[in-house]
Design a protein around this ligand. Structure first.
Ligand SMILES: O=C(O)CCC(=O)C(=O)O
Ligand SMILES: [Fe+2]
Length: 213
């Protein structure tokens, strides 16, 4: 019998258990300090370096059609991350995410087989209007994950709050979340409508999705 338990080799992780419990009860979870101050700082450096190299601009060129329509909905600039060519700091990021995904797959039967993440910068004055993260004919996105990489002195007055629109017994309720560095927000992609309020100071993050298939 002992032998059997050794093979299972499962260590309960209290942080992940609290995320799972949150999502099961309210469809979202706010995790403080998912990344340490040092990790946030290294990831922020990596994001800003790529921004200065103009890599974000190049990523946007594919979307030039409908540019004005898109800008009235969302004003962020993004750069998709490539795990197969990850830098040292990006490896730390993906190690954390993969650890969470493995735990979710072992405990929740979510069947997460794919993921996609991008850096995002919201320049001053930009926003992302109320939306849902799944496309009409593609329901593979299960969980949305937003990781904030702002500077340590980020203030609520800087704007850029993430607002989740929750359904509380038929009544809509707004959950306002400030993008403080190190904070990670996870929510059900297919259920929770949300928006990013106008930003007053350049706002930095990594956003991604855990997907089936
Ligand atoms: O940055 C955030 O807080 C949310 C971003 C978002 O909703 C998205 O990229 O779909
Ligand atoms: Fe979104």
């Amino acid at each position: 019998m002992n032998h059997l338990f050794e093979e299972i080799n499962f260590v309960e992780n209290p942080l992940y258990e609290s995320i799972i419990a949150d999502i099961a009860t309210k469809q979202y979870s706010i995790v403080e300090g998912f990344f340490t101050d040092d990790e946030v700082s290294v990831l922020r450096g990596s994001l800003l370096e790529k921004y200065e190299e103009d890599a974000f601009k190049k990523a946007a060129i594919g979307n030039r059609v409908n540019e004005t329509i898109i800008k009235s909905i969302r004003g962020d600039v993004i750069l998709w991350m490539d795990e197969t060519r990850a830098s040292l700091s990006e490896m730390i990021f993906f190690d954390r995410i993969n650890d969470l995904v493995n735990y979710l797959n072992r405990t929740c039967f979510l069947g997460i087989l794919q993921k996609e993440f991008h850096y995002a910068i919201y320049p001053k004055g930009t926003f992302y209007k109320r939306h849902i993260d799944t496309f009409q004919n593609d329901d593979r996105r299960k969980l949305s994950i937003v990781c904030y990489l702002n500077h340590e002195d980020w203030q609520p007055e800087n704007g850029g709050e993430l607002v989740l629109y929750l359904n509380e017994n038929g009544q809509e309720e707004e959950k306002v979340i400030y993008p403080f560095p190190g904070r990670v927000v996870i929510f059900e992609s297919q259920i929770i409508e949300h928006e990013v309020k106008p930003v007053d100071t350049k706002r930095l993050s990594i956003t991604g999705w855990l997907k089936t298939r």
